[in-house]
Write a protein that binds this ligand. Structure first.
Ligand code: HPA
Ligand SMILES: [Zn+2]
Length: 335
């Protein structure tokens, strides 16, 4: 928990299923009669030592089995919002993975209505405005993504955008072009994970084939100077997740994180928590980790916070964006 007042920020890369803390997982398992393969929260937490993205995803999908009812999804979102508020999050654009639930018999509507119950009270209860982004699983067939988008149509009032996540290597963005074209025609915003484990070519493909407006991760873009020039020119936001990168061993230590070099290059970087229950920290914890390891200045930290609100899908409420940006400028760092 940060000791000083955290800077106001938007969280733009957050998987709601990745906020499932072990205590809540066991409580929901007991309520729903689900048996987990770990004995208790201590044993489960000790399994949070990952080799790579896939070893994390295996546990992430396994633990989701405890989420079954609207109430479960509501409690999950409520728990996240309470923690995020304490870390200075004022606006959250929340990912969820519908196929990971519908494939085990939980209806799309149960997920969205349950999350929606918590999000509807979020401004009043936590002072956090929210948006929902549904992600397609890139390691599942394109036809499944198309069917999921069709299933979402009755709920589009609650959904702001689409994303692409799960195992990246060997699952490039290109094949999802038609899904993204349909999403765009439905008026949805488009983002995609790219360049998390994969190289910069995944980012280029996400821009060209999917027309993404933000890139989730993009950690390795500095390897491609032409791509960097394009991202800087078009000011395409990158939603970086530093603790995630270390925990999934994309980098060995936080000192090696490219964030500072990326800021110096003029890239529109933001800092986010990805799957905070699994990766050891929420939004401000990620800010603290990069500040300490990379020696970020207060100006750089303010830039990250400003970027987060500028990159947010808040075009339907520019007044709110302006209020948030003023709060960023008014923030005073304490020793
Ligand atoms: O960090 C992630 N990467 C890719 N897919 C994911 N799905 C949940 N978290 C992640
Ligand atoms: Zn992610």
């Amino acid at each position: 928990m940060p000791t000083s007042v955290p800077i106001p920020k938007a969280e733009l890369h957050l998987h709601i299923e990745g906020t499932l803390e072990p205590e809540l997982a066991f409580a929901l398992a007991a309520r729903n009669g689900v048996t987990l393969s770990h004995d208790d929260t201590l044993a489960l937490r000790s399994a949070f030592a990952f080799q790579d993205l896939q070893s994390f995803l295996d546990l992430y999908y396994e633990l989701m089995a405890v989420l079954r009812t609207e109430r479960d999804f509501e409690e999950l979102a409520d728990a996240y919002l309470a923690r995020a508020a304490a870390q200075g999050v004022r606006h959250a654009e929340i990912f969820f993975d519908p196929q990971a639930h519908t494939s085990r018999g939980v209806p799309f509507g149960t997920v969205v209505e349950g999350l929606g119950r918590a999000l509807d009270r979020s401004v009043e209860r936590y002072g956090i405005s929210t948006r929902l982004i549904m992600c397609f699983l890139r390691d599942q067939p394109v036809v499944s993504a198309l069917a999921t988008l069709a299933e979402a149509e009755p709920y589009l009032g609650r959904i702001t955008g689409v994303g692409l996540d799960s195992a990246e290597l060997g699952n490039p963005p290109g094949p999802f072009r038609e899904v993204y074209e349909r999403a765009a025609a439905l008026g949805l915003h488009r983002v995609a994970h790219a360049g998390e484990e994969g190289g910069p070519e995944y980012v280029t493909e996400a821009l060209d084939a999917l027309g993404v407006e933000r890139v989730d991760h993009g950690r390795r873009v500095l390897e491609d100077p032409a791509l960097v020039a394009r991202l800087v020119r078009e000011q395409i936001p990158l939603t970086l997740c530093p603790l995630s990168n270390v925990r999934l061993r994309g980098i060995d230590t936080m000192e090696q994180h490219p964030l500072r070099d990326m800021l110096d290059a003029g890239l529109k970087c933001t800092v986010n928590s990805d799957d905070p229950s699994y990766f050891g920290g929420y939004a401000q914890d990620n800010f603290d980790a990069v500040r300490t390891a990379l020696g970020l200045t207060e100006d750089q930290e303010r830039t990250l916070a400003r970027n987060s609100f500028e990159a947010a899908f808040l075009e339907d409420d520019e007044e709110l964006r302006t209020r948030y940006l003023k709060a960023v400028e008014a923030h005073r760092f304490q020793g």
